[in-house]
Design a protein around this ligand. Structure first.
Ligand code: KIV
Ligand code: ZN
Length: 457
């Protein structure tokens, strides 16, 4: 049976760019938009044209250069904004005007200082005006999750009657809980006339760390578009992370039987490009694309990984564009990973020799945290020459060892229930330079400083 198709609406360049430290110039936005196109997102929200000349120009140049995806421009619910957005979208093959207006009493009273009646009228007029220019119009009642539900239904109904083709339900302040957000989508589907004619969209912020969970709950309740951003960037705590949404659906189709058009192998390169452009690094333990997402240090984990990657990985690194898993040699590492690393460095040992090397390795790792290849080679040399002192192994005393180059195949993974591992093998290769001792495949293209930083190679 065909799985429902979820439209991925990427807002990295608009909401994402609004996060502190993440602003980008026109060239950078265009470069990232081209990457988003390769990634396969359906909609690129390219900016907020009325906000600045730079934003206008960025939307204009992205609209003119990308032919496949829908290009959206954001506008407040007023004629000037809508006209400016439409002007910026002139060159687009598939333009979308995205109109928003706050609907919660808090926003109406303190921010907009208008009544509900005025809000309803303004939303209707702005959508009608946008529709007179562009067939594809999205409407967002800002702060929808803190809006009186009956009033929200009224505004959404009016927007649909005025011509909106997508209705987005923002959890603007990241206040909602997954069950609550799902129920809100269900209520709208039950109560709003004409809702079946439009696409319902989620737009969840991460103030309580629930943006992805809320978006998925929205999809389960019938939303068919998800607004999200690479690396989860966005106002305050950010937006729902695109890579997490996509991979949750891909790894758990039993719970989320939906399709997206995302090319998984471009997830990591997209994340890297964004981090490089904004110079905002990704947290190491970030799901899917953080540098530790496929790294294993604990001995038990490394042992399991070497026997079968399915023991500790629920998706292959390759499925998200990460070249391979890394086994980091640190104090939690076991004998198995150490022996393998020594072998990759060109040294095979009998059990007793390995015991001695392991004993010294643990002492060393306790002191220096990360054991580099050079340290390991010195330690091996020490043991081989019968030198009992291990005190000189941390100092990097200028001993030179030729870089080794060996390739290791992890066992072929048995197909996971999710199919994420499929028949992918896990080739691992020694990084030839004197980096941290680790079992990993080298990046074919690791010239970027950011990439080096992120992966510590
Ligand atoms: O968070 C929000 O409400 C928004 C709207 C403009 C869609 O970003
Ligand atoms: Zn937002």
């Amino acid at each position: 049976m065909d799985r429902p198709r979820i439209t991925i609406f990427d807002t990295t360049l608009r909401d994402g760019e609004q996060s502190p430290g993440c602003s980008m110039n026109v060239q950078e936005k265009l470069r990232l938009a081209q990457q988003l196109d390769r990634l396969g997102v359906d909609v690129i929200e390219a900016g907020f044209p009325i906000a600045s000349d730079g934003d206008f120009e960025a939307v204009q140049s992205i609209a003119a250069s990308l032919r496949r995806p829908i290009i959206a421009g954001l506008a407040r619910a007023c004629t000037g904004d809508v006209d400016r957005a439409w002007q910026a979208l002139q060159g687009a093959a598939h333009p979308r005007v995205h109109v928003f207006l706050a609907t919660s009493d808090i926003h109406l009273k303190y921010k907009l200082r208008i009544t509900r009646e005025k809000c309803l009228e303004q939303a209707r007029d702005a959508v009608r005006h946008a529709k007179s220019l562009c067939p594809d119009v999205e409407f967002s009642p800002e702060d929808a999750t803190r809006t009186d539900v009956a009033f929200l239904c009224q505004v959404v109904e009016a927007a649909i009657a005025a011509g909106a083709t997508t209705v987005n339900i923002p959890d603007t302040v990241g206040y909602s809980m997954p069950e609550e957000y799902g129920n809100l989508i269900r209520t709208l589907r039950e109560k709003v006339a004409g809702i079946d004619r439009v696409t319902i969209s989620t737009h969840c912020h991460n103030d309580l760390g629930l943006a992805v969970a809320n978006s998925l709950a929205g999809v389960q309740a019938g939303a068919r578009q998800v607004e999200c951003a690479i690396n989860g960037i966005g106002e305050r705590a950010g937006n729902a992370s695109l890579e997490e949404i996509v991979m949750a659906m891909r790894v758990r189709p039993d719970r989320y039987p939906y399709e997206t058009a995302i090319a998984g192998e471009h997830l990591y390169p997209s994340s890297q490009m964004l981090a490089e452009i904004t110079r905002v690094p990704v947290q190491p333990n970030k799901a899917i694309i953080g540098r530790n997402a496929f790294a294993h240090e604990a001995g038990i984990h490394q042992d399991g990984m070497l026997k079968n990657p399915l023991t500790y990985e629920i998706m292959t690194p390759q499925s998200v564009g990460v070249p391979d898993s890394r086994l980091v040699l640190g104090k939690h590492s076991g004998r198995h990973a150490l022996a393998l690393r020594c072998e990759q460095l060109g040294h095979q040992f009998e059990r007793r020799e390995l015991d001695e090397i392991y004993r010294r390795f643990v002492v060393l790792a306790d002191r220096i945290k990360k054991v580099q290849d050079s340290h390991l080679l010195e330690l091996i040399q020490d043991v081989a020459s019968g030198n009992v002192s291990s005190s000189d192994v941390t100092g990097g005393k200028g001993k030179k060892f030729p870089p080794a180059a060996a390739t290791l195949q992890f066992p072929r993974a048995v197909s996971a229930a999710a199919g994420a591992h499929a028949s992918d093998s896990h080739p691992a290769q020694v990084s030839g330079s004197a980096g941290q001792a680790s079992v990993s495949i080298p990046f074919t293209d690791h010239h970027s400083e950011q990439e080096d930083y992120l992966w510590g190679v």
